[in-house]
Ligand binder design. Structure first.
Ligand SMILES: Cc1cc2nc3c(=O)[nH]c(=O)nc-3n(C[C@H](O)[C@H](O)[C@H](O)COP(=O)(O)OP(=O)(O)OC[C@H]3O[C@@H](n4cnc5c(N)ncnc54)[C@H](O)[C@@H]3O)c2cc1C
Ligand code: SF4
Length: 522
């Protein structure tokens, strides 16, 4: 291997974890290499086509995984520079302070983290500022303390959502503005990078106004002469040196050609499924269960949240363009009647008929898909699934990925749906008066569909961090217990996942690990 192929730091994967880490290390002057299996998302009109994105799955990987029965699974995940943040809805939440401790759920225990909320807090603030999160502090009844305000005001509700907000407030709830990483300036629309469109959640931003890991972190990192990126570079496996304490070689398949790189520090950040798969594929005589896997936890404790999309139909149309501005956390920790956590309610991007065709719900009697889409409020419900060692990622001899997953802790999620149903029944409408009010109550119809396993958007937990090498793969700095130069900074490190979207926690943690690495490399 030529010394040209040796780096101070190699980062594998450029998503929320890897991209953010590259950004924070870039000014150090260290020689840094980013290896990314995908390419840049092509800039084209289809970026904003719901048909191309949702119905045809144009940007999803064509790779097939398998489920526990050996059936083919086509994961809704994306391999591009910026990772899944190119497609995310940019709802950037902090976990709650309590999520870092042990929490008793109806279905079992959500375990404690090796670091506290207070330790991560400065990095949450940094990550919010870096990703230009727009939000209002003090509205979310469960939000943890924060050392600084958001730098940008919350994205406003459109009229239909504002009505819903007012109705929910009258019903005694505390709806709040979703913290969002979209670069919108509502006071100066002419100069605002973001134009507030209806194809944000699930779509790449054609005009680069979404705060994704490529735009915010990878592109600026690459302006430093010491940072380079190789795309279409799929890391196949890692090799260790003689004493087996260090990763000595990173083996890449680049368009069918084998390439080798080495780094003083190697950081894996391929997303929770692919990072576990990479470590498992890297088994050798000294590490027979895979790298960092003396504890046998690598690939285990797969989590992905319990997610449902619920459409609330009403007579009243919903002409909202950008719907994802409102959330409800009143049931996050439970309610007066139910002492266990239920979860988080927010929105997906406004559904249209093409999107509905992709995962068509049963058509409500008397409605067409198009009409349903025009009248629905499209809720996104998230509850915590608990880490179960039997929910796991494995690889076969050819390196093919299988994901075995059995949903758990569902009672809280079902109760969360019931709470939303109850709240919606209390809503009123002042556009159509009493008639609409009747219709809204009588026709409020929920078409519950729990997302299937192929939806791996919130994958996490497969290379957990912890203080005990017997029960975790990584230490509190996300360094492998068993290797001196191997780190993991994507969503794999989560020992539990709370019930809010994961990306901000991944970004904040990458900044934290970045500080540790800067200190180490001094
Ligand atoms: C449609 C959608 C909407 C979402 N909305 C939200 C939201 O609103 N809020 C939120 O917080 N989260 C959201 N998420 C989830 C969020 O995008 C992920 O949690 C986050 O991107 C995970 O970060 P990561 O670093 O773990 O992995 P990723 O961002 O997936 O990055 C992994 C990277 O590694 C690369 N890679 C994989 N294997 C290899 C290999 N062998 N060699 C080289 N490179 C490799 C991949 O190509 C990818 O670039 C959403 C996800 C999706 C799909
Ligand atoms: S213009 Fe704004 S709303 Fe539309 S995709 Fe880009 S960031 Fe999202």
């Amino acid at each position: 291997m030529s010394s040209n192929n040796h780096y101070d730091v190699i980062i594998i994967g450029t998503g929320a974890g890897g991209g953010t880490l590259a950004y924070t290390l870039a000014p150090s002057g260290k020689k840094i290499l980013l290896l990314e299996r995908g390419d840049y998302v092509p800039r084209e009109k289809d970026n904003w086509s719901t048909r191309a994105v949702n119905l045809e799955g144009k940007y999803n990987t064509k790779e097939a995984w398998r489920d526990s029965d050996g059936k083919e699974l086509h994961p809704h995940t994306n391999y591009f520079v910026g990772g899944n943040t190119k497609f995310y809805g940019a709802a950037l939440f902090r976990l709650r302070k309590e999520d870092f401790g042990e929490i008793r759920h109806h279905g079992g225990i959500s375990p404690t983290w090796p670091i506290s909320y207070d330790e991560l807090e400065p990095y949450y603030t940094k990550a919010e500022h870096l990703y230009q999160v727009h939000g209002n502090r003090g509205e979310d009844p469960t939000e943890p303390w924060a050392s600084a305000p958001y730098k940008f005001p919350a994205v406003s509700h459109e009229q239909r959502i504002q009505h819903l907000h007012d109705d929910l407030e009258r019903a005694g709830l505390k709806p709040f503005h979703v913290p969002l990483g979209i670069r919108i300036d509502e006071k100066n629309a002419r100069k605002s990078p973001c134009i507030r469109c209806n194809t944000c959640d699930g779509h790449p931003c054609l005009i680069g106004a979404k705060s994704d890991a490529q735009t915010i972190c990878v592109d600026p990192a690459l302006e430093h002469a010491n940072v380079s990126l190789v795309t279409n570079a799929k890391v196949m496996h890692l090799e260790t040196n003689g004493n087996a304490r260090e990763v000595s070689k990173v083996v890449v398949d680049r368009n069918g050609v084998r390439e080798e790189y080495s780094g003083d520090i190697v950081v894996v950040s391929c997303g929770a499924v692919n990072s576990a798969a990479l470590l498992l594929r890297s088994a050798n005589d000294s590490h027979p269960n895979g790298l960092a896997n003396g504890s046998d936890v690598v690939g285990r404790h797969y989590m992905g949240h319990i997610n449902s999309v619920l459409m609330a139909l009403s007579k009243c149309p919903n002409p909202t363009v950008f719907q994802k501005t409102l959330a409800i956390n009143d049931f996050y920790f439970g309610s007066r009647e139910w002492d266990y956590p239920m979860g988080h309610i927010s929105f997906v991007g406004k559904l249209d008929a093409d999107t509905l065709k992709a995962g068509a719900p049963a058509i409500a009697p008397g409605w067409t898909l198009d009409l349903m889409a025009k009248h629905s409020l499209d809720f996104w419900l998230t509850s915590e699934d608990l880490p179960d060692a039997n929910n796991r990622v494995t690889v076969d001899r050819d390196g093919q990925i299988s994901v075995s997953y059995k949903l758990n802790n569902v009672e809280g999620h079902d109760r969360l749906k019931a709470q939303l149903q109850k709240a919606m029944k209390q809503t009123n409408c002042d556009v159509h008066g009493h008639e609409c009010h009747q219709g809204l109550f009588s026709r409020n119809l929920y078409l519950g569909q729990r997302l299937p396993l192929a939806a791996v958007a919130h994958q996490n937990g497969t290379v957990r961090f912890g203080n005990d090498p017997k029960t975790s793969a990584l230490d509190r700095n996300c360094k492998a217990h068993e290797l001196d130069n191997l780190y993991v900074v994507d969503a794999s490190f989560f020992p539990s996942s709370g019930a809010v979207n994961p990306a901000l926690t991944i970004m904040a943690n990458a900044l934290r690990v970045g500080d540790h690495l800067l200190e180490r490399m001094k």
